[in-house]
Design a protein around this ligand. Structure first.
Ligand code: ADP
Ligand code: MG
Length: 249
């Protein structure tokens, strides 16, 4: 595979600061996610992981710094923002599917509305995506009729339907029963193998070890470590990372 050396990283955050009132939740964040890479974000609760994800597609405004997606600085608002946001797929802990729409309708909706794709084409694309996440047989059911793992895979298909350049996952398996975690991680691993650029907040250390190109460790609003998984798990440099790993491994 050849990548032009001049290609910008898919995500580049430079000197990003974010406050909630007096609370400084993102402190001079510098982060690059090169195209095709999987970056896993680890860190204790309250360290700013979700805020970082939300800042990357401007669900949350930042106070200073810059965030660029595929070389384009994120505009604050307007049509340009909507277009850039469509390039960034996001999957949350809670699946956020539309309860009164079938699974295939959930996946078709945004491409039809935002990208103005005709219904027949949107449905065909949606069915292909449901196949990719392994739930074509659930297409005509409603979200409540699916297991949590199936719903989360539907949510991934829905995000992919917009043909995003990058996918953000914020603790996608945290709300799932244990027996359903692996099917969602497998779906994500498949995406990564297909070359999708991904930023993944998770507590699944097995996934981080196997799928991540890099691990970013956040604590108290700062990126404290940014390392290869092997390095991070075997030789964490900071006391904060050692402490974190001691608690979860
Ligand atoms: P994490 O995802 O790592 O658990 P968050 O990004 O959710 O951390 O939160 C970082 C900090 O910002 C926490 O102290 C949290 O309480 C605070 N916070 C998050 N969202 C808000 C908000 N909307 N208003 C005020 N404080 C918030
Ligand atoms: Mg969070």
């Amino acid at each position: 595979m050849t990548t032009a050396t001049s290609a910008p990283p898919m995500i580049r955050a430079t000197g990003v600061n974010k406050f909630f009132g007096d609370l400084h939740v993102l402190k001079e964040i510098n982060l690059e996610v090169p195209r095709g890479q999987v970056v896993v974000v680890l860190g204790p609760s309250g360290s700013g992981k979700s805020t970082l994800c939300r800042a990357i597609n401007r669900l949350e405004p930042i106070n200073s710094g810059e965030i660029a997606v595929d070389g384009e600085p994120l505009p604050a608002e307007g049509k340009a923002l909507a277009a850039l946001r469509a390039d960034v797929g996001m999957v949350f802990q809670s699946f956020n599917l539309f309860a009164h729409k079938s699974i295939v309708d959930n996946v078709m909706l945004a491409p039809q509305k935002v990208r103005k794709i005709p219904a027949a084409e949107a449905r065909k694309n949606a069915m292909e995506l449901l196949e990719r996440v392994g739930i074509t047989n659930q297409a005509d059911k409603f979200p409540a009729q699916l297991s949590g793992g199936q719903q989360q895979r539907a949510a991934i298909a829905r995000a992919l339907a917009m043909k995003p350049k990058v996918m953000l996952f914020d603790e996608p398996t945290s709300a799932l029963d244990p027996e359903m975690v692996q099917e969602v991680l497998d779906t994500m691993t498949g995406l990564a193998k297909d070359g999708m650029t991904m930023l993944v907040v998770t507590h699944e250390m097995g996934f981080a070890r196997r799928a991540a190109h890099r691990v970013v460790f956040m604590s108290d609003g700062e990126i404290v470590e940014d390392a290869k998984p092997d390095e991070f798990f075997t030789q964490p440099k900071s006391d904060r990372a050692k402490d974190f790993l001691g608690k979860i491994l």
